[in-house]
Design a protein around this ligand. Structure first.
Ligand SMILES: [Mg+2]
Length: 200
């Protein structure tokens, strides 16, 4: 007979990270949100769902970062979107792992909000910690547990497909950030200002 003391069930609910390759030594970790950060699921034209410059960003960032995707949906939806964006099987970059909503955590602020605590990664993969992990998301709520590790990006809407350059700017900033000893020492609230100066 099964005991119902909560402990077994709790353990079963602990989500597992599934790695597609080994973490690379000396690389920082880049955590990318999917919806509205790199993808707009509302577009009927599949080609325009993917945010412009995504492939360039992944290819360039892969030189300095291991890369993971974290979406507050389920794993099948994550995989579907990865396929649509055609980023699951590139020779130029590799995604290290995917995370879905089961890794999220609710915290109480003025109201309950869903967050993406980076400790869910740090507790499992020793190589990554507060000094070398950066998370990019269009929803500030997701970043509240690690504000100094978070870059807030403008949301992507497919109607802006021909003019959207957010990921080009982000790629530039991430390259700059890759040299930081501790990513928390750079003020990511000013990332756009910093990036603009880098271009001059
Ligand atoms: Mg999002």
């Amino acid at each position: 007979m099964e005991k119902n003391d909560g402990s077994t069930g709790e353990r079963q609910r602990v989500a597992q990270l599934q790695l597609f390759h080994q973490p690379r030594q000396g690389k920082k970790l880049l955590v990318l949100d999917i919806d509205k950060t790199i993808y707009d699921c509302t577009c009927s034209n599949i080609y325009r769902r993917t945010r412009p410059y995504l492939h360039q960003l992944l290819e360039e960032s892969f030189k300095y970062y291991d890369i993971c995707l974290w979406s507050l949906t389920d794993m099948n939806t994550v995989k579907f979107k990865v396929n649509t964006m055609n980023i699951g099987n590139s020779s130029d970059f590799k995604i290290l792992f995917y995370m879905d909503a089961t890794f999220s955590e609710m915290v109480m602020k003025q109201k309950p909000i869903i967050t993406k605590p980076l400790s869910k990664i740090w507790n499992v993969l020793d190589q990554y910690g507060p000094t070398n992990t950066i998370i990019c998301d269009d929803n500030p709520d997701n970043l509240v547990q690690n504000p100094k590790n978070g870059i807030l990006v403008a949301p992507y809407y497919f109607k802006n497909f021909s003019t959207d350059k957010e990921l080009q700017y982000l790629q530039n900033y991430l390259k700059y950030l890759s040299e930081a000893e501790d990513v928390r020492k750079v003020d990511h609230k000013k990332w756009k200002e910093i990036e603009m100066k880098l271009r001059k």
